[in-house]
Design a protein around this ligand. Structure first.
Ligand code: DC
Length: 217
């Protein structure tokens, strides 16, 4: 039997990490943050003084880099980079790294291996339901209004809300228009708007959707 996979996709600030983690806890299964992997490659690229737009050098880093990842931490080549992968420098460079096809194919393989070794899980990203796990048990596409998304980022990391709204819009644009596996809503994904609902209500809603799916099959 195929392992249970819940794919959670959507733009930055839609609530993916919070919801995906809470859902994994509620279902008592594992959680994988694939954005953290793209950030981990970017962190290592910047640490080595490379340009995020240097396609070949960045691809080499992606193939070589060793991650140890848990639901709450990421070690990159043995160094705890949990906080360092969330800096503005990484934010600014990561969508260039994520547009690199060689990086994507390497990380995609690692994500598929992760599901096999963990026997399923909740996987969060941009291309999970579209490319990485097109046969996922349930595909959820999370959305929230642009202002709510910017306010959430400010609450997490501080900063100016208008500046952050602009940075999010730029990153969405790059993530949605890249050639390789752009962010997009799949026809078989359930769209869930998190703007006006509590975390608990969204998690409960997704659990109900998952129950319906597993009862169908
Ligand atoms: O979710 P996040 O903000 O941590 O993602 C960081 C970047 O990685 C973001 O620019 C989109 C990209 N990404 C991607 O292209 N594919 C994924 N599966 C996950 C993230």
């Amino acid at each position: 039997m195929a392992p249970l996979v819940v794919a959670i996709d959507g733009p930055a600030g839609a609530g993916k990490s919070t919801i995906a983690k809470a859902l994994a806890t509620a279902l008592n299964i594992e959680y994988l943050d694939t954005g953290a992997m793209y950030r981990g490659v970017t962190y290592e690229v910047l640490r080595r003084g490379l340009e995020a737009t240097d396609v070949d050098a960045v691809a080499r880093v992606a193939r070589e880099v060793k991650f140890e990842q848990s639901a709450t931490s990421l070690h990159v080549n043995g160094v705890d980079a949990t906080t360092a992968i969330r800096t503005p420098a990484v934010d600014a460079a990561v969508s260039h790294v994520a547009a690199n096809s060689a990086v994507r194919s390497e990380l995609r393989e690692r994500q598929r291996e992760w599901i096999v070794s963990h026997g399923g899980g909740v996987v969060e990203g941009r291309d999970i339901g579209s490319v990485v796990f097109p046969d996922a048990t349930l595909k959820v596409y999370l959305v929230a209004s642009p202002m709510v998304r910017a306010q959430r980022r400010v609450a997490q990391h501080g900063g100016d809300v208008n500046e952050i709204a602009r940075a999010i819009a730029e990153r969405d644009e790059r993530d949605s228009t890249r050639d390789d596996s752009p962010l997009r809503q799949m026809p078989d994904a359930v769209v869930v708007d998190t703007s006006e609902r509590s975390i608990g209500a969204v998690v409960e809603h997704i659990r109900e959707l998952l129950n319906e799916k597993t009862e169908e099959s």
